[in-house]
Design a protein around this ligand. Structure first.
Ligand code: CAA
Length: 281
């Protein structure tokens, strides 16, 4: 049933997820892949183009919590619909907020969870990834895009600025000039431009995108989860620190892999010309 994840299957998937007992209102959450080792979160608020209301982001956080605790899951994919990955934070929800209300810390309180996930998270972006939608994709570790995806930070056009990492993550990924242009004009960039900028790592036909992201998740899941988590932490450190500190951190992590059974198994399997059997220890 879940072998082919073309959009014609979405109704079938909704039914499957309902039958499996998922009780979310704004997302679908299921385990996919041949070995059911990839967690798939589908943003599912079609009438609002997956606008990221508080309830939706709280459900995403809950699904991430569950997949992080599930030892059978080695990677997570977040996707939306063919028309929209997500059209941003929910403008209607924010419309009547005041500075005093926001400053107390309620708004965007559920937004940090994806970026803190210890397991790799892949964004599979079809359609619009605007504002908070673009920011959500950048909280993920790898972005795959459908050929018609559009990325943008249009907050400036509604009298605000990106509030979930857009001015920071985008600038680190694409550099100052392109980030300034996107944030100050609100203009969208195509999937092809996003790939050229390094925001997106690969582009696929829209109906193959989710399947390709799952394949990537399966490949990552075939490795030791313990070592994958260390590797993710090391790459992320490149964004947080100087080169010398980063290299020092990388060396410590590299050394630490020699304290694991999986490092020993990986090298022994290579020498013995057999596939490794990782135990995440
Ligand atoms: N919030 C709430 N509702 C939204 C929404 C959003 N971000 N984006 C779309 N919707 C709703 C629309 O209001 C509309 O609902 P109704 O039918 O009830 O009117 C429905 O989704 C369909 O949208 P459109 O009719 O506008 O669809 P379209 O195909 O003509 O246009 C679009 C698509 C270009 C994405 C357009 O919807 C749009 O510009 N959306 C807003 C994009 C935006 O400004 N995002 C930034 C939000 S702020 C933010 O994200 C802050 C942050 O950094 C955290």
């Amino acid at each position: 049933m879940l072998q082919s994840l073309g959009w014609e299957d979405l109704g079938e998937r909704r039914r499957a997820v309902r039958l499996s007992g998922s009780s979310y209102e704004y997302i679908l959450s299921e385990k996919v892949g041949e070995k059911k080792n990839v967690g798939l979160i589908t943003l599912n608020r079609p009438k609002a183009l997956n606008a990221l209301c508080d309830g939706l982001m709280s459900e995403v956080g809950d699904a991430i919590n569950k997949f992080e605790l599930d030892e059978s899951v080695g990677a997570i994919v977040i996707t939306g619909s063919e028309k929209a990955f997500a059209a941003g934070a929910d403008i209607k929800e924010m419309q009547n907020n005041t500075y005093a209300m926001i400053a107390r810390g309620g708004l965007l309180k559920n937004w940090g969870r994806v970026a803190q996930c210890k397991k790799p998270v892949i964004a599979a972006v079809n359609g619009y990834a605007l504002g908070g939608g673009c920011e959500l994709s950048m909280m993920c570790d790898i972005i795959y895009a459908g050929e018609k995806a559009k990325f943008g930070q249009p907050e400036i056009a509604i009298g605000t600025i990106p509030g979930a990492g857009g001015t920071q993550r985008l600038t680190r990924v694409v550099g100052k000039s392109k980030a300034m242009e996107m944030c100050l004009t609100g203009n969208q960039v195509t999937a092809q431009e996003a790939e050229k900028m390094g925001l997106v790592s690969k582009i696929f036909p829209p109906d193959q995108l989710v399947q390709e992201a799952i394949k990537l998740g399966e490949k990552i899941s075939s490795h030791s989860q313990l070592i994958v988590a260390l590797c993710k932490e090391a790459v992320n450190t490149a964004y947080e620190t100087t080169l010398q500190e980063g290299l020092h951190f990388e060396k410590k992590i590299f050394d630490a892999t020699f304290a694991t059974e999986d490092r020993k198994e990986g090298m022994t399997a290579f020498v013995e010309k057999r596939p490794p059997k990782f135990t995440n220890k």
